[in-house]
Design a protein around this ligand. Structure first.
Ligand code: AP5
Length: 234
């Protein structure tokens, strides 16, 4: 992180990112969670972790993710509720890839109410399909710490090796072109309607996520500061 995007900032509720595969949700949600000192909760990472551990959940979700479909709501909600029951979630959190369907969003509203949180901050990442395809085809992820790279826009210093911890980089199996097509279709069908759901609640902001990473980080920081009514410094 550089410049203003590295300044510490407060977040006392849920921050939700909407947007298609490859829009930069993972990159930005990790940065802002670090900046706010709250957990980063990625349902995609949790499922990938379950797959790599060979758990029962991993065995169920692996073929679904490899097809580019969404995991059924009941499995997603069970996993999220268990995660939110941990004490580190008590002060706020950043969701990455959740909620993704209307039933998930409605159930999350109930959970946030029970936890005593106000309305979430919801940011919709907007990027053209051409850019998404380029970003996904160039993405490499660290097998140890999950650091995200891109051969075009954010390459590691040494090809195939993570700058942060020396871990081996890998390409996600669901970034193959034919699976990306299905993921984009699932997004249009099941996730895009959430923007309207949150717009009606008056909590939706749209972000031009086609810009460079630092510019997107800065714009996102401004949205959160404005929503939290603060000057951004702890
Ligand atoms: P998930 O892991 O959530 O993937 P996704 O939403 O499809 O999003 P991606 O991780 O592909 O992209 P991203 O927006 O995070 O972009 P990133 O920052 O990596 O879900 C995977 C699967 O899990 C789903 O298909 C589904 O099966 C299942 N699943 C997960 N959650 C679920 C749920 N709630 N319900 C049901 N099923 C669920 O960036 C992409 C690349 O671009 C990187 O290389 C990055 O370096 C680069 N980049 C980022 N920002 C910029 C920028 N500003 N400029 C240039 N390059 C950039």
């Amino acid at each position: 992180m550089t410049g203003n995007s590295a300044v510490r900032m407060a977040l006392n509720r849920a921050l939700i990112f909407l947007g298609p595969p490859g829009a930069g949700k993972g990159t930005q949600s990790k940065r802002i969670a670090l900046r706010c000192g709250v957990p980063h909760l990625s349902t995609g990472d949790m499922f990938r972790d379950a797959i790599s551990r060979g758990s029962e959940l991993g065995r169920v979700v692996q073929p679904i993710m490899e097809r580019g479909d969404l995991v059924p709501d009941d499995l997603v909600m069970k996993m999220v509720e268990e995660r939110l029951a941990r004490p580190d979630s008590a002060g706020g959190f950043v969701f990455d890839g959740f909620p993704r369907t209307l039933p998930q969003a409605m159930q999350l509203d109930r959970i946030l109410g029970k936890m005593g949180f106000g309305k979430p901050i919801v940011v919709d990442f907007s990027v053209s399909v051409d850019k998404l395809l380029r970003r996904l085809s160039g993405r490499w992820t660290c097998s140890v710490g999950g650091e995200i790279y891109n051969v075009y826009d954010a390459p590691p210093q040494k090809a195939g090796i993570c700058d942060a911890d020396g871990g081996k980089l890998f390409q996600r199996p669901d970034d193959r072109a034919e699976v990306v097509k299905e993921r984009l279709a699932a997004y249009e069908r099941q996730t895009r309607p959430l923007a309207e759901y949150y717009r009606r609640q008056g909590v939706l902001d749209t972000l031009d996520a086609a810009a460079g990473m630092e510019d997107v980080s800065r714009a996102l920081g401004e949205i959160v500061k404005r929503a939290e009514g603060q000057n951004g410094r702890l």
